[in-house]
Design a protein around this ligand. Structure first.
Ligand code: ADP
Length: 389
């Protein structure tokens, strides 16, 4: 292996491919370079790259396909990092089903098995796998590793994973899988490093980004989470509805909406966007004077606090709260709203520390309330190194 060996982390979604390049030999450090191809499938696909020095370059892509974006990204890496130094690739893959409960080498057989799970995550799984397939053709000797958003939750007891549906459907894989697992794992690893005593106790982590969920950690292991069979469940999100009486879906069907129209509504036109009619973006809603924006934020906060109460039951108590991702790390007003509704559990914030997004934001006498940046790409890099070393 060359001394300047690198590790590429890819997170490919429906309209973007995010990437980060890590030195192979510097576990624990951040990426040297990162960026994303975005707007794929749209009118103006672009590739944005941030170099080691922190400068950002952006260019138009000639085609809006994932394949073209990947090829251009590899060319850019070749120019700036050196293709030859690329030692391995780690991929974020949304669904590992019940079988993939840890990262794996992406052999042809494993990719076939993961492809077969596409029905469980049709909007994400095919996009996650496509770059791995393409790289297997372009560079068959390059080791590739798949890391799953569902894997971290496979430690949950059966009672937490089961729906109250006929057994046949449970056996056919209609389960509460949970998502954002790489984010929770990254936060659990950070807790273990920086707060080893707390990491052994009962902690609820809120991953509040465009997507949002909560996870109950008992001694660093997931025992319950707010997301279920799909990434629609649980908390209201930027554009997704969160938990919904399934009877609403039947009613919408009866009202003449097609399956695709309902999918579009639940995934893209609900959540903060749907409730406010203004934006999916929390920062914009917090800056807005419109009553509908305040109503949307109030419902978001209320639902998060209620779900924390539910997860506290799963844990049999609660010793600390952690906020992560875009809203969790930056939106002081949202943290304040949620924690105010948890006063009955003894939680209180230090207003100043919270406003400043400090690491520990609880008031004296309150159990810890921490703000910890998530690092899903870093987690994939760690897993990839560990599996291949
Ligand atoms: P993704 O899930 O796409 O990775 P992020 O984790 O980046 O998303 O979270 C995006 C959300 O974080 C948006 O709703 C955005 O408004 C919110 N956010 C980011 N910064 C702030 C801020 N300073 N104040 C309030 N909300 C913020």
């Amino acid at each position: 292996m060359s001394a300047d060996a690198t590790l590429l982390v890819l997170n490919a979604g429906s309209s973007s491919i995010k990437f980060a390049v890590y030195p192979w030999d510097a576990p624990g450090g951040g990426p040297d370079r990162k960026g994303q191809a975005h707007g794929l499938g749209g009118d103006r696909p672009r590739l944005r790259m941030t170099t080691a020095g922190g400068e950002t370059a952006e260019e138009d892509l000639a085609e809006s396909t994932h394949r073209h974006a990947l090829q251009r990204l590899l060319d850019w890496l070749d120019e700036h990092v050196g293709y030859g130094s690329l030692h391995a690739v780690g991929h974020r893959i949304v669904h590992g089903g019940t079988d993939f409960h840890a990262p794996v080498r992406l052999t042809d057989a494993n990719m076939d098995a993961l492809e077969a799970l596409s029905g469980l995550a049709p909007l994400h799984q095919p996009h996650n796998l496509a770059p791995a397939r393409a790289l297997a053709e372009l560079r068959p000797e390059l080791p590739q590793v798949g890391c799953f958003d569902t894997a971290f939750h496979r430690t949950q007891p059966a009672v937490a994973q089961r729906f109250a549906l006929p057994r046949e459907w449970t056996q056919r894989g209609v389960l509460r899988y949970g998502f954002h697992g790489l984010s929770y794992e990254a936060v659990a690893a950070r807790l273990a490093q920086d707060y080893p005593d707390l990491a052994q106790r009962r902690v609820i982590v809120g991953h509040l980004g465009n997507g949002a969920s909560l996870c109950a950690l008992d001694a660093g292991r997931s025992v319950a989470t707010s997301m279920g069979f799909t990434a629609l469940d649980g908390l209201p999100m930027g554009q997704r509805c969160g938990a919904l009486d399934p009877g609403v879906v039947l009613y919408l069907l009866d009202q003449g909406l097609s399956r695709d129209e309902i999918e579009d509504m639940l995934y893209h036109r609900s959540g903060l966007l749907g409730m406010s009619g203004i934006s999916h973006d929390m920062r914009q809603l917090l800056d807005s004077d419109a009553p509908a924006a305040a109503e949307a934020v109030a419902t978001y906060v209320y639902r998060a606090a209620r779900e924390i109460g539910s997860l506290a039951v799963a844990l049999g108590g609660l010793d600390a709260l952690v906020f992560t991702a875009g809203i969790g790390e930056n939106a002081a007003a949202v943290r304040q709203g949620i924690v105010e509704q948890l006063a009955w559990l003894g939680f209180r914030l230090d207003t100043e520390a919270n406003r400043a997004n400090r690491r520990a934001v609880q008031a004296e006498g309150s159990p810890p309330v921490l703000v910890i940046p998530t690092d899903e790409e870093g987690m994939i890099a760690r897993h990839t190194r560990a599996l291949l070393s």
